[in-house]
Write a protein that binds this ligand. Structure first.
Ligand code: MSP
Length: 506
């Protein structure tokens, strides 16, 4: 079984912000976790570079089109690596190899008689890159962006989306977990039930895009171009192998609710029309909000993830995003909130646990960790993380899985207090007990580090190294009693050193 996970490909007309980082990190956590389980994993992200805005935005920036998208795609690639994403490929829709597959994809649909010529007259929001009916507007403005849509009237090619109402409803019927969380599945389904209208798959009078193969005067509608990336990229991500036979349709798409309709309705219909398999699953998450409002460039309330990484480090950001909000729901974020969790949870709960444990091994045992039996209670606590956290992650519950690991961190902290190793150390007759507690703490922390490896990869390695443990971290090692004996353990420096509290201006 393969695990292929994707993020939306991001528009290059804006700079990356924390909302983009959010989905990328979520996909990364899932990919890293599956690799820990030894699964054949592939993680794709990338950029959507053919928006109808691009010619205008590039001109405003005084740059040529390709130059402009190259520069902005590089900013997204940089964000991807700065958040420590382990993507296996980065796809760009201006890559000619992608364009060829988009043409091939559209031809397949046309050969099956599902594309026809017509005239589109209506409204178009260039920010959403979407067509709107009058009734969908709010005070005459785009419901997502609050800007007036453009009136367009042009010859287009249309896709018979209306014919896919029943096949889509059957799909939702047969596969209750096709779209998660469940309330999003219901949302998509009721949209389909209300009836679907055919959609334009091309735009006339524009040049920045993939030409329609049988009518090069038109370009492929940017959303069709973009969706196809999930399938096209597999064909050329590896120079010597077409990955499609191995990975399609074992794909899980992650996206936020803003683009639910494109992914949960239009994309599966297009695939069915092209005679291809529909995705295995889609997970629709919520928005990160600032002061209860969606963070977005048009509202001007964005946080640059790189600024936070500079201050708190990448792992603190990765951790915070999946602590602060239940993955799937909207969640408010703030720099103060990050600061508070950094100090309390990362600094105290986890960082101090490592400092204390290593300091005690150094001081009481000359840095030597000796094997000892682990109590039944701790064995059960660690074992529960192994099975429960994995099954939460199978359901995209990134928040729930992390909470389970944090429970174990709290259990270990209680164990330090209750067993009071500093008292055992004063009594020579209790040396065996002291060895036992020190081993339990080190072994428990080791299991925590393995369980956290997908969330905070750098921190995980630092914990394992401080404890003299190998840093390969297979999931099966989230199991008690696997710590190896080690020498030379020293009091570890703080994992999360103090940083100044954010100022009001930050
Ligand atoms: N280019 C399209 C997607 C095409 S996919 C075939 C697009 N791009 S986008 O740059 O606008 O990215 C939207 C996605 O970015 C969201 O679906 C989500 O994954 C992520 N997010 C952007 N802002 C976000 C928040 N404020 N909160 C959560 N996720 C956010 O749409």
């Amino acid at each position: 079984m393969s695990f292929y996970v994707t993020t939306p490909i991001y528009y290059v007309n804006a700079s990356p912000h924390i909302g983009h980082a959010y989905t990328t990190i979520a996909a990364d956590i899932l990919a890293r976790h599956r690799r820990q389980r030894g699964e054949n994993t592939f993680f794709l992200t990338g950029t959507d570079e053919h928006g109808s805005n691009i010619p205008r935005v590039a001109a405003e920036a005084g740059l040529g089109l390709q130059e402009f998208v190259d520069r902005n795609a590089a900013a997204f690639e940089d964000m991807t690596s700065r958040v420590n994403a382990s993507n296996d490929f980065f796809v760009r829709t201006t890559d000619p190899r992608h364009g060829e597959r988009v043409q091939e994809f559209l031809e397949r649909i046309r050969e099956r008689g599902e594309i026809y010529e017509g005239v589109y007259a209506g409204l178009y929001c260039t920010r959403c890159e979407a067509f709107y009916g009058e009734d969908e507007l709010v005070d005459g403005l785009c419901p997502q962006h609050g800007i007036p849509p453009e009136h367009v009237e042009e010859k287009n090619y249309f896709f018979r989306l209306s014919a896919y109402r029943d096949p889509l409803l059957r799909l939702y019927e047969e596969r209750p977990d096709f779209v998660l969380p469940r309330f999003r599945s219901n949302e998509a389904r009721s949209f389909i039930e209300r009836g679907l209208e055919d959609i334009s798959v091309s735009r006339a009078g524009q040049h920045w895009g993939v030409p329609v193969p049988w009518d090069p005067g038109q370009i492929v509608y940017v959303w069709i171009d973009a969706l196809v990336n999930y399938w096209s990229a597999l064909a050329f991500a590896r120079p010597d192998e077409d990955l499609r036979p191995r990975l399609w349709p074992d794909v899980r798409h992650l996206l936020a609710k803003d683009i639910l309709k494109f992914h949960c309705v239009i994309w599966p219909a297009l695939l069915l029309a092209a005679g291809l398999d529909v995705p295995k699953q889609l997970f629709v998450h919520g928005y990160l909000l600032m002061d209860e409002r969606k963070m977005s460039k048009s509202l001007g309330n964005v946080i640059d993830p790189l600024d936070l990484i500079d201050v708190y480090g990448v792992d603190a950001l990765r951790f915070y995003l999946f602590r602060v909000a239940t993955f799937g729901q909207d969640g408010n974020i703030s720099v103060d909130g990050l600061h508070e969790r950094y100090e309390r949870e990362l600094g105290n709960d986890l960082g101090n646990l490592l400092s204390r444990t290593t300091a005690m091994v150094a001081r009481y045992r000359d840095g030597r960790l000796r094997a000892a039996p682990v109590s039944k209670e701790l064995q059960a606590a660690v074992g529960a993380v192994q099975t429960e956290a994995a099954s939460r992650l199978d359901e995209f519950d990134l928040t729930g899985a992390l909470e389970l690991v944090w429970d174990l961190v709290r259990t270990l902290n209680r164990h330090v207090e209750q067993s009071a190793p500093w008292e055992l150390a004063r009594d020579g007759s209790r040396a065996g007990e002291l060895d036992g507690v020190l081993y339990e703490l080190a072994d428990g922390l080791r299991a925590v580090a393995v369980a956290l490896a997908a969330y905070v990869p750098d921190t995980s390695v630092r914990i394992l190294e401080a404890l003299g443990q190998p840093d390969s971290a297979p999931w099966e090692d989230v199991s008690a009693g696997r710590a190896v004996e080690a020498d030379g353990i020293e009091a570890a420096p703080p994992l999360f050193p103090r940083v100044d509290a954010p100022t009001a201006a930050a």
